[in-house]
Design a protein around this ligand. Structure first.
Ligand SMILES: Cc1ncc(COP(=O)(O)O)c(C=O)c1O
Length: 456
């Protein structure tokens, strides 16, 4: 066991420690997940209902109750391009905060796309290629997911079409260019290429778009073409499953550091990086009686977990996707155009929602200015420029470390630094020049959006 007082900064695993299985938390949940309902009939759906959108291997993972699911060798082989990702001890941030707490972060920004998203883009592209899919359609908020699928499509020889939320498309031209460099076709959503996009634009020509709208466009694209399947970058069980490589590696790396985290923190848009980091630890809570405290952090502008309703809702704005039981702000709620584009989602993963509803995890919401302040402090101490999304996790990690300073507690904090912010410099510039706005939680808009939801 390593000495936790040492100056060791990076905890690196060899390539042969890339996990061989994904961890499925459903096997350990004390409460079974609620069924997924058909958007038309409201009845529980079966695998055939999802077949137009996803290959069977992914549908099987979506409903699996097996604890461990083997990672196919070609997927592990592609993971070798960037996995295992490093775990860092944030010595310099600790010193700047003058805290007795030990802060660790798992850095997923080392992937070619710059975030955790390839952890699921690679298997999704692999299973689609195995099933004979030629083309994939998807949405992207921050541009990170679109980049990841474009990269994975290039690895497995698939065409990729990306509907990029208009607000991000305008904020991040270099993300679009990177996706195009990988060979993907990118349009701003709402777009003129789908019926749903044309309808939105005829009613709201200057719509900033939302993840819910872009999902509707990508689902319509896949459902209306035989050669195309749909890929989602978050929310669904199989996506969270693929991300558990993060937490499984972190468990080994914390052992190398000779420490055990007291609190584990991740930002949550649809819930995938948060789940990827925390589910392997939560599995220990369920199976072994450990008591890791786990916190999901979301933006004040889209506070689904902290202020949404736990109800059946659609994953998209046009009501084309199945209905899932989750924390939601209502499928037609359009969050303000904050710079953490990946956190601008009306809903939340059903698994993360279930855990929150039953008190197995905590949730907090933070404003974007406070998040950027923490992100800049992190960049100035640790050197890595975080994506706007994980600055939310950093903010809460800093708060926890400052509380430890007051109480004198020697707490161990672990958070997921799920992506770098090299394409988000416009947002940093706005923060540094004092132009970044905080958006108050739009209570009336959310209440209006929630009013139409069935209370199942
Ligand atoms: C860097 C980054 N972090 C977080 C998210 C939020 O997604 P999730 O909650 O599924 O991790 C995104 C989504 O695009 C992202 O790009």
């Amino acid at each position: 066991m390593a000495d936790p007082t040492s100056r060791r900064t990076k905890f690196i695993l060899d390539e042969d420690r890339i996990p061989r299985t994904w961890y499925n938390i459903v096997a350990d949940l004390p409460i079974p997940p609620a069924p997924v309902l058909h958007p038309g009939t409201g009845q529980p759906i079966g695998p055939d209902d999802l077949a137009p959108l996803f290959p069977m291997a992914l549908i099987a993972q979506e409903v699996s109750t097996e604890r461990e699911i083997e990672i196919p060798e070609p997927v592990r082989d592609a993971y070798r391009l960037y996995r295992p990702s490093p775990l860092y001890r944030a010595h310099r941030l600790e010193k700047a905060l003058d805290t007795p707490a030990h802060i660790y972060y798992k850095y997923e920004g080392v992937s070619p796309a710059g975030s955790h998203k390839p952890n699921t883009a690679i298997p999704q592209a692999f299973y689609n290629r195995e099933a004979g899919t030629r083309r994939m359609a998807t949405e992207t908020g921050a541009g990170q997911w679109g980049t990841a699928l474009a990269f994975a499509g290039a690895l497995f020889g698939l065409e990729v079409k990306v509907y990029m939320v208009r607000a991000s498309y305008d904020q991040k031209p270099y993300r679009r260019m990177l996706m195009e460099t990988y060979g993907a076709e990118v349009v701003a959503s709402p777009s003129l290429t789908t019926n749903y996009g044309r309808k939105v634009l005829s009613e709201t020509p200057d719509s900033p778009g939302s993840l819910g709208m872009a999902i509707s466009e990508a689902v319509e694209d896949a459902a209306t073409r035989d050669d195309t399947k749909y890929a989602l970058g978050s929310v669904l069980n199989h996506v969270l499953l693929h991300q558990t490589v993060i937490g499984q590696e972190a468990i080994l790396q914390m052992e190398m550091a000779g420490e055990d985290p007291d609190v584990i923190i991740g930002c949550a848009g649809g819930g995938s990086n948060f789940a990827g980091m925390s589910f392997p630890f939560l599995g220990r809570n369920f199976r072994e009686g450990t008591s890791y405290r786990v916190i999901a952090v979301e933006p004040e502008a889209a506070p689904s977990l902290t202020r949404g309703l736990y109800a059946y809702d659609f994953g998209d704005t046009a009501k084309m996707t199945p209905m899932v039981k989750m924390h939601t702000l209502g499928h037609d709620f359009i969050p303000e155009p904050i710079h953490a584009g990946g956190l601008r989602y009306h809903g939340m993963s059903p698994l993360v929602s279930l855990l929150k509803e039953h008190g197995y995890i905590e949730a907090q919401s933070v404003h974007q200015r406070a998040s950027f302040e923490a992100g800049v402090r992190f960049a100035r101490t640790e050197g890595i420029l975080p994506a706007p999304e994980p600055t939310h996790a950093i903010k809460v990690a800093v708060d926890e470390a400052l509380t430890a300073r007051e109480t004198g507690e020697s707490k161990v904090i672990l958070f997921n630094l799920c992506g770098h912010g090299h394409f988000d410099l416009t947002a940093y510039e706005r923060y540094l020049s004092g132009q970044l706005e905080d958006y108050e939680y739009p209570l009336e808009k959310v209440e209006a959006a929630l009013a139409g939801l069935p209370r199942v």
